[in-house]
Design a protein around this ligand. Structure first.
Ligand SMILES: Cc1cc2nc3c(=O)[nH]c(=O)nc-3n(C[C@H](O)[C@H](O)[C@H](O)COP(=O)(O)O)c2cc1C
Length: 240
């Protein structure tokens, strides 16, 4: 019997004569998600080129899961955030970001669970991409709840912060139909690798996380798991 994964591959294939079934999406999701009532903390822009070269950083990158109980400065956090969500340039009506994305549609949203970042209260923040700001969407220490949701992986509680990436599925599906599911995960991979490389260049540790209870993480973020659903996490912190 065909498994769900095999069916996903088959139904999202491009053939010479066959296309994935078109999806009838009536309303295009907004290009940038925002929380209009939330307090917004403007992040400092990156200072420009410095630090080790890309080849050295690629070689030094590894998954680090043990973190020291130290915090990190807001400037450092801002550079990590930039590496996954910064706008590089505006051209032809598109806001091109630092990461590639199929059709420049950017279906992946970035949230942060802040544990220990100077100048930021503990809580869940959302990256408001057009203003390069963090929106505080939920105050308080959610580190235990999220660690449990991440199958008890302690790096979530011990890191300075955990990135939480969701996908607004229709932002990509409106153009690519069911093949969007492939592209969304590919897009997320680029964000994950950029976070690894940025953390390595800054002397920080990072580990991306694919093992979590989806519904529990979605509940922490307050997203419905259908229109918008968690797809990937990444813990960062000072290496132990
Ligand atoms: C999609 C994906 C999901 C992952 N999920 C987890 C995870 O849930 N827990 C974990 O400890 N490491 C996770 N990792 C990290 C891998 O275990 C790690 O990349 C692998 O062992 C190779 O080691 P390296 O990153 O140090 O080169 C994940 C990596 C990827 C790419």
């Amino acid at each position: 019997m065909e498994t769900v994964g095999e069916r996903f591959q088959r139904e999202t294939k491009y053939g010479r004569r066959a296309r994935p079934p078109a999806t009838r999406i009536l309303a295009r999701p907004e290009e940038f998600k925002s929380y209009p009532g939330a307090p917004r903390i403007l992040l400092p822009p990156p200072p420009g080129e410095e630090g080790p070269g890309v080849w050295r950083v690629m070689e030094a990158r590894r998954s680090i899961r043990d973190f020291a109980p130290e915090g990190i400065p807001l400037e450092t956090m801002a550079r990590l955030v930039w590496s996954v969500g910064g706008i590089r340039e505006k051209r032809w009506g598109f806001a091109f970001r630092i990461v590639p994305s199929a059709g420049a549609l950017y279906p992946v949203e970035t949230y942060l669970m802040i544990n220990r970042v100077e100048g930021l209260e503990k809580g869940i923040y959302h990256l408001h991409v057009p203003t390069f700001s963090l929106e505080l969407v939920r105050e308080g220490d959610l580190s235990r709840e999220l660690t449990r949701a991440a199958l008890g992986q302690e790096m979530v509680a011990e890191g300075a912060a955990t990135f939480l990436w969701t996908a607004v599925i229709d932002r990509c599906r409106i153009k690519y139909g069911e093949r969007a599911f492939r592209y969304i995960y590919l897009d997320a991979g680029h964000l994950g690798q950029n976070l690894y490389l940025a953390a390595t260049a800054l002397g920080l540790g990072c580990c991306t996380i694919g093992a979590f209870f989806d519904d529990e993480v979605n509940a922490v973020l307050g997203v419905d798991g259908l229109e918008e659903t968690v797809i990937y996490l990444g813990a960062v912190g000072v290496p132990a």
